[in-house]
Design a protein around this ligand. Structure first.
Ligand SMILES: Cc1ncc(COP(=O)(O)O)c(C=O)c1O
Length: 462
């Protein structure tokens, strides 16, 4: 029995997969401040046109440039591993497969999109990129990509993670990026938030506002903004995860897994593993597809499907998504990359259509899962990834109860070697259960009352 299923470099996917081509109903368009759909040229202050074209594309397959592949080869194709030691420990008839995205130089799936985003920007003439980062995984991925491709990189890091994860900022510096805590005094949106709440732990929504502001106010127009998740083109770049996994499973005789799982902050690693299989489901395969979020930030399970801004200062267009409201500042859990008020519109559309079924898990259960993982498989996972592992353990136990030999596939989105303070807090018994009170959700969603509403969508039977 093979526990590492490799894919030869010559078999690496040469095209990305775009779910927008196969969804039964189209994603509802982003809206501008006047409530009307925005046109691609309205995004040019923020993104280069070559990435805007990908953002609005409904083409099923998009070529991966050879120069991008030449960089991805450093760690791709990534192995598909079988978690046999966890299976034995759980005494489950299920087979658990995981796509190991922790092997990239920064340690997560994020470089799969950081590299093409930096590359397309460079082609376009961008000289400096700004971005936000939660846990620091995305910031370090973009710093890495910018270093290799030769662009300046500025990262606004959510305050709580800036303090909790000092080594991530040193990684960013090592790759030549400039990293500051957000909210910062460098932008007017940051200054406004600091004046109101000087002790705020920050949020991804706030950091996005700061990074976008610096891009759009650059007088030369050579600074652009990059996002590590949520947007269609980011999810497109991550599809390489699921496309590789599909070839690897086929090589051991599995056409489709029974269950696909990924943790979801903005939805990119989940979409990466899940979308190629969502296409199979649309065309008749029976697959349970589960995005997993923290109970402290339950956008998909307790938020509403509404038009909302992607950031706190309302600088981004309105997107139709499950949201807790752009003003919501999630509790400072250690899975910093899952602290986002919204979710990728493409993932939300798949949920609305009934193709994917989200799940929320508390951080204590997730750390317990991470400890079981470390004790069986031996690896120390990122706190974000532990949400996927907790869901996998639940599914494996369900398979035992049902006596079914299911194939479970999940995305191992990153290692946790830079996140040891979270483990320390768990081991010292200092972690709390966070569940968002109903009143907080209601209060934060009330701010969206005057905004346009998405159209009703007929749910399919899958
Ligand atoms: C290791 C890891 N997994 C998952 C995520 C969540 O992001 P996304 O939902 O875009 O995959 C992050 C975000 O920082 C991360 O660092």
């Amino acid at each position: 029995m093979e526990i590492k299923i490799q894919l030869a470099e010559k078999d690496i996917p040469r095209k990305w997969y775009n779910l927008a081509a196969d969804l039964p109903n189209p994603v509802q368009p982003p809206l501008g401040p006047d409530g009307k759909p925005i046109s691609p040229d309205m995004l040019t202050a923020v993104f280069p046109m070559n990435l805007i074209e990908q953002e609005v594309s409904t083409k099923r397959w998009i070529d991966i440039p050879q120069e991008v592949l030449d960089i991805l080869y450093r760690w791709r194709p990534s192995p598909l591993r079988r978690a046999v030691y966890l299976e034995k420990h759980l005494k489950t008839p299920a087979k658990i497969f995981y796509k190991d995205e922790s092997l990239s130089p920064p340690g997560s799936h994020k470089p799969n999109t950081a590299v093409p985003q930096a590359w397309y920007n460079k082609q376009f003439g961008t000289t400096r990129l700004t971005t936000e980062t939660g846990a620091g995984q995305w910031g370090s991925a973009l710093a890495f990509a910018c270093r290799l491709i030769g662009i300046e990189c500025k990262v606004f890091m959510v305050r709580i993670s800036f303090d909790q994860k000092p080594f991530r900022k040193i990684m960013m510096k090592t790759w030549g990026a400039n990293c500051v805590a957000s909210p910062s005094n460098e932008t007017s949106s940051g200054r406004a938030i600091l004046a109101k709440t000087p002790d705020t732990p920050g949020s991804l929504g706030i950091a996005i506002s700061e990074a976008v502001e610096q891009a759009v106010t650059d007088p030369g127009g050579r600074t652009k903004y990059c996002l590590g998740s949520v947007l269609n083109h980011v999810l497109l770049h991550q599809s390489i995860i699921g496309l590789e996994a599909k070839k690897q499973l086929e090589s051991v005789g599995i056409k489709n897994p029974d269950v696909v799982i990924g943790c979801a902050g903005g939805g990119s690693n989940f979409a990466g593993i899940a979308f190629p299989f969502t296409a199979e489901k649309i065309h008749g395969a029976k697959i349970d597809i589960i995005p997993v979020e923290p109970k402290a930030c339950p956008s998909m399970t307790r938020g509403e499907f509404l038009y909302d801004h992607g950031d706190t200062a309302k600088m981004t267009p309105l997107m139709a998504m499950y949201t807790l409201g752009h003003a919501y500042v999630p509790a400072p859990i250690h899975a910093g990359g899952l602290r986002y008020h919204g979710m990728a519109p493409l993932v939300c559309q798949a949920i609305v259509e009934g193709l994917q079924k989200p799940l929320a898990i508390d951080q204590i259960e997730c750390y317990e899962a991470a400890m079981t993982w470390a004790a069986t498989e031996g690896f120390i996972c990122a706190p974000e990834t532990s949400h996927a592992i907790a869901a996998v353990i639940r599914e494996a136990k369900k398979a035992t109860e049902e006596g079914k030999e299911k194939n479970i596939l999940f995305c191992y989105s990153g290692h946790g070697l830079m996140d040891m303070l979270g483990y320390d807090a768990y081991l010292e018994g200092k972690l709390e259960r966070y569940e968002m009170p109903d009143e907080d959700i209601k209060r934060s969603l009330a701010e969206l009352n005057g905004l346009p509403k998405p159209k009703a969508v007929k749910t399919g039977k899958w």
